[in-house]
Design a protein around this ligand. Structure first.
Ligand code: ADP
Length: 462
């Protein structure tokens, strides 16, 4: 029954820090690594961090190159690749890509195509959660077809409500609506944003929850039906519904509530027969009610902090699971839920080229000086953080992810402040000062924050 196929060579269909993160995981497992790079990325670091590197999507464009399914599969076949890791973004949530990999006999390091399909559609994911008996944010059962459906929902549940793209992600295609006058236009705008960004205009409606915390549970599941959680991450520090700073474990939730949330996450993933790493996301209201919002069927940017508090290498676990190992095999070593120990606190900050003084507009240009921090309890996951690196406008503005780890939250925050202060990045604007303000903020240090935190604290921008 235990069908295992060990990988000798893995291609990473991604770029930047996550590509390098995955190469490192492979190398430690004695797996040869293959990078792909676009023409625009010909001097990007990830290209040089793999054992082999090949140009993909010539003439197609900077982003399109990493979406070139035929081109990527051709490289994989030509160079005897056993498996492809999609990272996050790009093709990571493209069910067609996962299916094509399968057809070509190349393992996809992620869930099955049907999971990607189902969880990529938030309306279907909500239905699954409802069937599993998990509380969801009150919302429409289907994408809305007529304005009248939305008006009807608002009459029943009251304003504010949120219009959300069914196939959305990255905080896009989302609009808060405070009254009926705003409704028609908000739906239209969300639709056109969704069509442009995701190629699907469908939107649905959720009740807008006031001041919730964003709490997510990291899950690992093998193909033999075992699933475990690696506790939660608090990702409430957000700007425009996108995460900026993440913390594990959450500071202020009761153990009872946390256990309920873990149970709900595992119940959903088991019901879906989910395989590989995935994250179940919830909103938690001040009265300690929790509501499912979505599943991310892939590795996430903030996985580092769960690794720090549990000691489990999530990317290596993903690879081993895709090879066919069971969670409780010697190779993965997760013998039971109770055997997963949680220790200390971890914080992750995303250093980006976003300029807080200019409304977080991403800056571009050459990094002329780069001195990074280090020391006990500091982990850096950098993509193009080095002197001479060219930050182009084509890709996301992340330079380096900084994660700190310590026995107490306070120590982890102090370590983060020290680390941020030690950084010197010249040539492009960064958000470092903003992050320094954030990790010293008294409300942040008490865990007394929700998704409205950044908007409610203009002093962070000074
Ligand atoms: P995406 O897939 O774009 O990340 P999510 O559904 O995960 O979208 O939501 C992202 C963020 O948007 C949440 O963390 C939260 O801050 C906010 N949000 C989403 N739905 C609601 C809601 N119903 N009420 C309040 N805030 C919400």
């Amino acid at each position: 029954m235990n069908e295992v196929r060990q990988f000798r060579k893995v291609l990473v269909a991604n770029r930047g820090e996550i590509a390098i993160r995955i190469f490192r995981a492979c190398t430690e497992l004695n797996i040869r690594t293959v990078a792909i790079y676009s023409e625009e990325d010909s001097v990007s670091l990830h290209r040089f961090k793999a054992d082999e590197a090949y140009l993909v999507g010539k003439g197609k464009g900077p982003v399109e190159a990493y979406l070139d399914i035929d081109g990527i599969l051709e490289i994989a076949k030509r160079h005897d690749v056993d498996a492809i890791h999609p990272g996050y973004g790009f093709l990571s949530e493209n069910a067609e890509f996962a299916r094509r990999c399968e057809e070509e006999g190349i393992a996809f390091i992620g869930p099955k195509p049907e999971h990607i399909q189902m969880f990529g559609d938030k309306v279907k994911a909500r239905q699954m959660a409802i069937e599993a008996g998990i509380p969801v944010v009150p919302g429409t059962e289907q994408p809305i077809e007529h304005l009248q459906d939305a008006i009807f929902f608002a009459k029943e549940h009251g304003y504010p409500i949120m219009v959300k793209a069914a196939l959305g992600g990255g905080g896009r295609g989302m609009r808060i609506v405070h009254n009926q006058e705003e409704l028609a236009e908000a739906i239209e705008r969300a639709r056109s944003e969704a069509r442009l960004a995701f190629g699907h205009p469908e939107v649905y409606i959720e009740k807008y929850l006031e001041k919730p915390k964003h709490i997510e549970v990291q899950v690992l599941a093998d193909k033999y039906g075992h699933a475990v959680h690696l506790f939660e991450r608090d990702c409430s520090v957000q700007r425009r519904h996108q995460k900026v700073v993440e913390v594990a474990p959450a500071l202020t939730l009761s153990e009872r509530l946390k256990n309920q949330i873990y149970d709900a996450a595992l119940k959903l993933m088991k019901k879906a027969n989910y395989v590989n790493a995935g994250t179940v996301e919830f909103l938690v209201t001040p009265d300690e009610n929790f509501y499912f919002i979505e599943v991310n069927p892939r590795i996430q940017v903030e996985h580092t902090i769960s690794e720090l508090i549990t000691g489990i290498d999530i990317v290596q676990a993903q690879i081993r699971i895709a090879e066919g190992y069971a969670l409780d095999s010697e190779e993965i070593g997760i013998f039971s839920q109770d055997a997963i120990e949680k220790k200390g606190y971890a914080i992750q900050c995303r250093i980006t080229t976003e300029d807080p003084e200019k409304g977080f507009l991403p800056d571009t240009g050459r990094i002329v000086a780069y001195r990074s921090a280090s020391g006990f309890g500091v982990r850096l996951d950098a993509g193009n953080g080095f002197a001479g690196s060219e930050i182009t406008p084509y890709y996301d503005s992340l330079i380096v992810k900084v994660s700190t780890y310590a026995n107490t939250f306070d120590q982890a925050a102090k370590k983060m402040l020290r680390t941020l202060r030690e950084f010197r990045i010249r040539g492009v604007k960064t958000n470092i000062l903003f992050l320094e303000n954030l990790v010293q903020n008294p409300a942040f240090l008490k865990g007394d924050y929700d998704t409205s935190f950044i908007d409610a604290h203009p002093e962070l921008f000074i």
